[in-house]
Design a protein around this ligand. Structure first.
Ligand code: TMP
Length: 204
């Protein structure tokens, strides 16, 4: 089973990913967690380039670097575990590219982004995407003081990113939206209930 988490910076993805991993492990299920961009050495190197505030990166170059990092993550880490029938959880995936580079940066058309996402993911879609929905005002209260290159992009950019996520959540059946302002334990219960339901339906 392939599960991804999405949402703007500060939406609480890391807490919920750790929680979901623990719940799977308590059931005796093998589960692997990776971050996108990141994972294999090559992808972590690309991540460093992408997030370093000292670099001025052209929007199309940015799009291609996120995609390159993802392709390596899929080839080296995600696909081999999925082939073994194990659970893989990703902190972000290609929906981040659609929201940030597509709707946020507006550098190339959404259709072109979808095409590139398909290539970079090696044609593997998530079975479930958990969208931690949060307003910009609430996100700003939670964001770290030291910002990476993406986080320095400004309010207008983030507003477009949120609009992009909301559109995806309406269009894509695999999306499950949770209210990220609710207490973490409540959000965790809600996610686990949904995952179990999906698991049952898949194995029926
Ligand atoms: P994070 O792993 O700490 O969330 O940082 C990754 C940053 O990169 C975050 O601001 C979202 C952004 N991002 C994109 O702009 N496009 C992408 O495709 C991905 C995966 C992340």
């Amino acid at each position: 089973m392939f599960i991804t988490f999405e949402g703007i910076d500060g939406s609480g993805k890391s807490t919920q990913i750790a929680n979901l991993k623990k719940r799977f492990e308590q059931k005796g299920t093998k589960v692997h967690v990776f971050r996108d961009p990141g994972g294999p050495v090559v992808s972590e190197k690309v991540r460093e380039l992408l997030l370093n505030p000292n670099y001025d990166i052209d929007p199309v170059t940015e799009l291609l670097l996120f995609s390159a990092s993802r392709s390596q993550l899929m080839a080296e880490n995600v696909l081999p575990h999925l082939e073994e029938g194990e659970v893989v959880i990703l902190d972000r995936f290609f929906d981040s590219t659609t929201a940030y580079q597509g709707y946020g940066r507006n550098s190339v058309s959404i259709d072109e982004i979808h095409h590139l996402n398909n290539i970079a993911s090696h044609q593997r879609e998530p079975d479930l995407t958990i969208y931690m929905k949060l307003s910009l005002a609430d996100a700003k209260k939670r964001m770290a003081k030291r910002k990476d290159r993406m986080e320095l992009s400004g309010d207008d950019f983030y507003k477009k990113v949120i609009e992009g996520y909301d559109k995806l959540a309406n269009q894509e059946k695999r999306f499950f939206t949770v209210d990220a302002t609710k207490p973490a334990s409540k959000v965790g219960d809600c996610i686990w209930e949904h995952v179990q339901q999906l698991y049952k339906n898949r194995n029926r």
